[in-house]
Design a protein around this ligand. Structure first.
Ligand SMILES: Cc1cc2nc3c(=O)[nH]c(=O)nc-3n(C[C@H](O)[C@H](O)[C@H](O)COP(=O)(O)OP(=O)(O)OC[C@H]3O[C@@H](n4cnc5c(N)ncnc54)[C@H](O)[C@@H]3O)c2cc1C
Length: 280
């Protein structure tokens, strides 16, 4: 335990899980090369989640596998533990446990940025804006809200709102554009229906979880390849896809990052400089 080296991530959703996995890989493969003077055994990565499981938006199977992967990688996962307070040093959990860290990373959700003019009545939990099936802001005919900030009322499949992810935002954006055109042309508006292709999260090298539409679920090596393929295909432009692909291949085989921050002299270099000074 070392307050300057330990990381506490709050929130066991895809962001927290992916971040915990990525930090663990940095600790294992990259930091020992960059910070030779540090004893990496002192670095602990904690993931704190208020509910009894990880990846609440995904299947139980995906949540359990993500937990298993992270524990195997050395992450200290705290379930049923909400953060009660943090003073920049000490984190108190609802379980009574105390963690010490100078770095706490909040991955437990985002809050909308309300703007003046949208009445209080249209705002709900996390400052999300209540909208109807056409993404019209509650109480307004000509103001629309889409994506993370919008909470659509009346969708039986998603009573707490659509997942705060890119696909609902993109799909709503496309439909609202069409509906505005329909409004101008005095045509009927089309209600929004979320087409959920599935969810996935990557935990680390060769470790991912995938829940596909139609109940198809898989985890591990193959899931990791599927994750990479889907994300590679989402990158705009052929050149960028190829560049990213080769960059990933390089990282996979080199266990390293091409970017490097040089923030100080490491012990090896200091000793060599000292030896040179002594011999001259
Ligand atoms: C760390 C992290 C990882 C994520 N990973 C994934 C993932 O792997 N897959 C996935 O599907 N989703 C992921 N998400 C969620 C995804 O990023 C969001 O769901 C998506 O970006 C929502 O799109 P949006 O257009 O609604 O909002 P945003 O992308 O947040 O865009 C809103 C924009 O509005 C701007 N803005 C805010 N207030 C104002 C104002 N008053 N005036 C003008 N501009 C303003 C903001 O600066 C921002 O640029 C991730 C989110 C985070 C935080």
């Amino acid at each position: 335990m070392n307050s300057l080296m330990d990381f506490v991530i709050v929130g066991g959703g895809p962001t927290g899980v992916e971040l915990a996995g990525a930090l663990t890989e940095l600790k294992k493969n990259v930091f020992p090369k960059d910070y030779k003077e540090l004893d990496m055994r002192q670095m602990d990565i904690h993931l704190v989640e208020a509910s009894p499981r990880l990846l609440n938006g995904m299947s139980t199977q995906a949540g359990e596998k993500a937990y298993q992967f992270l524990v195997e990688m050395g992450v200290k996962v705290h379930l049923n533990a909400a953060v009660k307070s943090y003073d920049g040093y000490e984190i108190i959990l609802s379980s009574g446990e105390r963690l010490i860290s100078r770095t706490l990373i909040w991955a437990a959700g985002v809050k909308g940025n309300p703007i003046e003019g949208i009445g209080e009545a249209a705002l709900t939990r996390g400052n999300r804006i209540l909208v109807d099936a056409y993404n019209r802001v509650k109480g307004h005919e000509n103001i629309f809200a889409i994506g993370d900030v919008a909470l659509m009322e009346g969708d039986e499949k998603f009573p707490k709102g659509h997942p705060m992810m890119a696909p609902p935002a993109q799909q709503q954006g496309r439909l609202v554009a069409k509906n505005i055109s329909n409004l101008i042309n005095k045509k009927e508006l089309k209600p929004f229906a979320y087409f959920d292709k599935g969810s996935m999260a990557t935990i680390g090298r060769n470790k991912a979880v995938v829940d596909m539409r139609g109940g198809i679920r898989f985890q591990g090596f193959f899931a990791w390849y599927v994750w990479m393929f889907v994300h590679l295909m989402s990158i705009v432009g052929f050149r960028n896809k190829v560049f990213t692909f080769f960059s990933w291949m390089w990282n996979y085989f080199s266990y390293d990052r091409s970017n490097r921050l040089i923030i100080g002299r490491n012990e090896e270099k200091i000793n060599q400089e000292e030896l040179t000074k002594q011999s001259t």
